[in-house]
Design a protein around this ligand. Structure first.
Ligand SMILES: [Zn+2]
Length: 223
């Protein structure tokens, strides 16, 4: 499974700007965090259409995803124009597949829920004739994350912890939409004792339970 993440704008294309914050910086930071968190937790490959602050044309972005045969294309943007809140887009053509519509619904519901926790407005599921939605061969969704020029949204966009949490919401949305499997993780058990008497072992386990630990007794060979 290959996900292509597209941090909007970059290089000489600053995107939306307000009070010293640039859309191109937020989208890159967010995309990198989504990539890191997603690949750490799930069995998936992630391709970024840009890894740094550079010019990449819309054509190159779509070509990159098509050439790599990505399964899903997610374009990350920040809005401007004195509105507030979150919205996302799929291609506004009859050729848009029901699969794309279904994937977008999942992404939208996870993100709208996340944003509701910050009292940000849900501006809805929209359609548009955007280049990267039209020219990509796979299901593609474009997300507009808050407004750089609204005081309330701007405060969140400047907050590192918010961007980190937002990236985790995208990880959850992508994993759910694409039904990704979790990477198996190693667990480390802490043993507090080994006793030859079941009575003594039970007493220790009960003491631990009384202290709030989830203690279990296991028989192990006495080598
Ligand atoms: Zn943009």
């Amino acid at each position: 499974m290959l996900v292509c993440l597209d941090p909007g704008h970059g290089g000489s294309d600053l995107g939306a700007i307000s009070n010293g914050i640039y859309e191109k910086d937020i989208t890159l930071k967010l995309a990198q965090k989504v990539k890191d968190n997603l690949t750490r937790k799930y069995v998936v490959d992630v391709l970024l259409t840009r890894e740094k602050d550079e010019d990449v044309s819309l054509k190159d972005r779509a070509d990159m995803a098509n050439k790599a045969k990505a399964n899903f294309f997610l374009s990350l943007h920040v809005n401007a124009g004195k509105g507030e809140g979150y919205e996302d887009y799929i291609y506004n053509s009859l050729s848009v597949t029901s699969k794309t519509a279904a994937l977008r619904e999942i992404v939208h519901s996870v993100l709208a829920n996340f944003y509701a926790g910050y009292r940000c407005m849900d501006r809805g599921m929209k359609k548009a004739n955007y280049y990267v939605l039209r020219e990509t061969d796979m299901s593609a969704v474009l997300c507009e994350n808050l407004f750089v020029d609204s005081a309330y949204d701007e405060k969140l966009l400047k907050d590192e912890a918010f961007i980190e949490n937002l990236s985790r919401a995208y990880v959850e949305a992508i994993a759910m939409a694409l039904n990704l499997s979790k990477k198996s993780s190693t667990l480390y058990a802490v043993q507090v004792g080994a006793y030859s008497s079941i009575i003594y072992a039970s007493r220790v386990a009960n003491d631990l339970k009384a202290k709030g630990y989830d203690a279990v007794i296991k028989e192990i060979p006495n080598l």
